[in-house]
Design a protein around this ligand. Structure first.
Ligand code: KG4
Ligand code: ZN
Length: 364
């Protein structure tokens, strides 16, 4: 707690008066009694300002989220001070909306849970500082939350999943494979040695100028690649999945991105167009990139499943692989993972899309 207080001092602190003003505007319902303990969860680790109230039975009473994606799409990536400023502008409103939607007053909360790591320091600081003010003001216990652990455990809100299970987190900022043995007992099996798959797909989409494509202008890079891939022929390009000989469960995406960049440059020369214009072969490139990423992710996951089975680290029956994160919404990648889980007698589970990406519910 002391550490958090110390850290929070560096970050943005809304004045006590301002917080009273904000909380004064909540719509409370006096006289109601909650049977369960209530936790307010606050998430600001990257580019989503999110909050939710969840009771101890796992019921989501209310939630709110503000996504910064549109702003970051225009600047071509997340600029940390911009993300920080947007969190500052939205956190009070989002917490207010989550509490109002839940019809819960801050006094009725049993605890406040907030992401403290990992993430962008400037973004994390806004949520942490705001939470600590609430904690101080309403004398509530504070629960520091590890963002990845929250992602990994979210599936237990929607499905009956027993420990141990395997989790694959793939998004713009995450890429890891872990064995979840308990609520805070994780065995890391593999991680990206460089960038995350979503980051790579975003970079390729930017290099292909997909934001200028009439069908993709409002889509994230990964979604744009998936959309265009449906119109392309992946066999027109031959990208090799990375780390085929590496005897571990790690991932790598920046080497592949470099190869793709070189290929795009070559195609621009061949087609006689300048960088910033859309190649006629963009859909074929998207299809080949998506397929190579899917193969890489599936192969590394296959290794992890075999490793765990061989060592007896998973239960004898009903082995579960949970896949989450923004990239997990990609149907081609899911299909590749399904081939792996079918071949290894595992069950593939994905939280619903709104719980796959960053949100307040998983923190609460
Ligand atoms: O989990 P998320 O919303 O945020 C974090 O990164 O924490 O994931 C966003 C990432 C972006 O890189 C985006 O391009 C990617 O997920 N993404 C996709 C798809 N939808 C979003 N990647 C592949 N296929 C998709 N359909
Ligand atoms: Zn996340």
């Amino acid at each position: 707690m002391l550490i958090f207080n110390k850290t929070a001092g560096v970050f943005f602190k809304p004045s006590r008066r301002k917080i009273y003003e904000v909380l004064g505007s909540f719509h409370f319902y006096p006289g109601k009694r909650f049977l369960h303990k209530l936790v307010l969860g606050i998430e600001t680790s990257c580019d989503d300002t999110a909050a939710a109230v969840v009771d101890e039975a796992g019921n989501v009473l209310g939630e709110a989220i503000h996504s910064q994606t549109e702003v970051h799409l225009k600047t071509g990536g997340i600029i940390p001070p911009v993300a920080q400023q947007l969190h500052r502008e939205n956190i009070q409103r989002i917490v207010q909306e989550a509490l109002s939607a839940s019809a819960v007053s801050p006094r009725e909360l049993s605890a406040i849970a907030t992401t403290i790591k990992p993430g962008l320091a400037l973004s994390l600081g806004v949520g942490l500082s705001f939470s600590l003010q609430l904690v101080d003001q309403f004398k509530k216990p504070f629960i520091p939350i590890h963002h990845m652990e929250a992602h990994a455990l979210t599936i237990r809100l929607t499905n009956k999943v027993e420990f141990p299970f395997l989790v694959l987190l793939i998004s713009g900022g995450h890429c890891l494979l872990a064995l979840v043995r308990g609520v805070s007992d994780f065995l890391l099996l593999g991680k990206s040695l460089d960038i995350a798959p979503g980051d790579m797909l975003d970079k390729v989409a930017r290099r292909l100028s997909l934001i200028k494509h009439p069908e993709c202008s409002t889509m994230s890079g990964g979604k744009a690649i998936e959309h265009l891939a449906k119109q392309g022929n992946r066999l027109h390009f031959d990208f090799q999945p990375p780390m085929q000989r590496a005897k571990n469960c790690d991932f790598s995406f920046s080497g592949l991105q470099h190869v793709i960049d070189k290929m795009i440059m070559q195609k621009e020369k061949e087609e006689g167009i300048e960088q910033g214009h859309i190649l006629s072969s963009a859909a074929d490139i998207a299809a080949a990139v998506q397929h190579t990423v899917a193969c890489h992710i599936a192969k590394r996951t296959h290794r992890a499943i075999l490793f765990c089975k061989q060592r007896g680290l998973l239960g004898q029956s009903n082995t579960v692989l949970v896949v989450s994160g923004g990239v997990a919404s990609n149907l081609h990648i899911r299909k590749a993972l399904e081939i792996v889980t079918n071949a290894t007698q595992c069950t593939l589970l994905c939280p619903p899309p709104r719980l796959c990406t960053d949100n307040g519910v998983m923190i609460a």
